[in-house]
Design a protein around this ligand. Structure first.
Ligand code: SAM
Length: 460
């Protein structure tokens, strides 16, 4: 079935997730065997990349067809450099007007070499999505590795490899072959740390283009469900919109682009050094309507509503729309070969999400739209939060989503069938083994995504 292992997790986390997927309501609806199969498929597909690379095109700057053409030309140049002759497919998504999809080829049969470079799990995941190995990701390399040496790259699943090691015998997974672009001595130099690519991937296990430096103002790498979340929010030119947990700003910039850069998108994030990323992204995409602030969004509602300032905190009912793309356990991210978190860490998110939700509802104008989203698969952070919100805030109602290309909400939180139909849950485990190579590209891309959840509310 697969040359890759399932995602590795602490047994307590695996058991918890199993209890989510085999909850009473789900088992009663689909049967024990089917629910178990969904869970097992989830564990397997999480460690693999989605079947397509998704890029959001800056349609506020140029028409989609023009961007598609320019992207094809850029990627052809990249291919010429790597002497690859395969034709690059770039397909517009039929329902999401600013999305281009590029099929990912893999896992491909690649023969392992005797020289090994070990990289951190995050770097390994990036390689599986088409990146080269940037030098900070490297933790071990052969003792005499020189520029031009052919090496096999392994991802250290548990973060156990000591930086500067010559080899590593721990839990690791092969992600492809590459050529060293730096000597070992330079990679681990302490006096003047190097910058840039340490190993250029030439035979990755999963082949997809590298987007590093490719048309930076015109294409933005973003998972399909994240782009869908921006559309579901439905921003319009001239509105004032709050993105409460915004860094690095992928959705913030999408919102500003959908507003044709007219109006104001306030982007908040609690981590100071992430704010610069939001600003850089906005600048790169030529978006002036984004205002980014370092702020704890739990405290974003002003105690003194009469005192209006440009930045946070804000008086109640200040925004036409609010996006709460909440901090979450991230168990839907792909590829993710290893989750080292404890159950306590996984379960620490719902209380914070509820505090943020309280602030979101207060900051939203009457008649305004609130979108709540996460990139995780638990009920506690998704459907159970919706059930809680509907009980806690009687003025909120669930709204239909456009586009709705994911599945409906998952059973298990006591929501009605009608409420579940209004929710959008991207469930890669439902499509994975059924992936039909002859199905249209967009169909396959719609199912085989990261795990993601979207709920849309109207404040009455
Ligand atoms: N929306 C982002 C995007 O699409 O690029 C991704 C957001 S990520 C899921 C969640 C973010 O919430 C993190 O950047 C984290 O720093 C931020 N965060 C966590 N707690 C927060 C808080 N109390 N106030 C504001 N931001 C917070």
């Amino acid at each position: 079935m697969s040359i890759f292992p399932r995602i590795s997790m602490k047994p307590e986390v695996t058991e918890y997730l199993r209890s989510v997927f085999l909850n009473k309501e789900a088992v009663a609806a689909v049967g024990h065997q089917e629910a178990e199969l969904h869970f097992q498929r989830l564990l397997l597909c999480l460690s693999h990349p989605p079947s397509h690379t998704c890029v959001r095109a800056s349609t506020h700057l140029a028409p989609l067809e023009e961007i598609r053409h320019e992207l094809r030309e850029e990627l052809k140049k990249q291919q010429a450099r790597s002497s690859s002759a395969e034709e690059i497919q770039i397909v517009p998504h039929p329902r999401v007007e600013d999305v281009l999809l590029l099929p990912v080829d893999g896992p491909r049969p690649v023969t392992q070499l005797s020289s090994e470079v070990v990289v951190g799990a995050q770097c390994g995941s990036a390689v599986l999505r088409g990146a080269h190995v940037f030098h900070p990701g490297i933790t071990a390399s052969p003792k005499y590795m020189k520029i031009g040496d052919a090496v096999s790259v392994f991802s250290d699943l548990e973060g156990r490899c000591t930086r500067g090691a010559f080899s590593f015998q721990g839990n690791k997974v092969f992600v492809g072959n590459g050529v060293a672009e730096m000597d070992r001595s330079r990679i681990f130099a302490t006096d003047e740390p190097p910058r840039g690519v340490g190993v250029r991937m030439v035979e990755p296990l999963y082949q997809s283009p590298s987007f590093d430096g490719v048309l930076p103002s015109l294409v933005f790498l973003q998972n399909l469900p994240s782009v869908v979340a921006g559309h579901v929010l439905g921003p319009r030119p001239g509105e004032r919109i709050l993105d409460m947990c915004a860094a690095p700003g992928g959705k913030t910039c999408h919102i500003a682009a959908l507003m044709e850069d007219q109006g104001e998108v306030v982007a908040l994030d609690r981590i100071r050094n992430k704010i610069e990323r939001i600003r850089q992204n906005a600048q790169m995409l030529h978006l002036k309507s984004v205002k980014a602030y370092c702020f704890n969004s739990v405290q974003a509602v002003s105690d003194d509503p009469s005192q209006e300032t440009e930045g946070p905190p804000f008086p109640p009912e200040s925004f036409d729309r609010v996006l709460l793309d909440a901090p979450c356990s991230g168990l839907g991210r792909r590829p993710n070969m290893s989750c080292t978190w404890s159950l306590k860490e996984i379960c620490s998110y719902p209380p914070l999400q509820r505090k943020l939700f309280h602030a979101a509802v207060q900051l939203l104008k009457k008649g305004g739209v609130l979108v709540y989203s996460t990139c995780t698969v638990t009920l506690a952070e998704n459907e159970e939060q919706v059930a809680w919100a509907l009980k806690t805030f009687p003025d909120l109602t669930l709204q239909p989503q456009e586009p709705h290309i994911g599945a409906e909400g998952m059973l298990g939180a006591g929501l009605s069938a009608e409420q579940l139909r209004l929710l959008q849950r991207f469930r890669p485990e439902l499509s994975w083994e059924q992936t039909d190579a002859t199905a249209p590209v967009a169909c396959r891309a719609d199912g085989d995504t990261i795990g993601f959840f979207i709920a849309k509310f109207l404040k009455n």
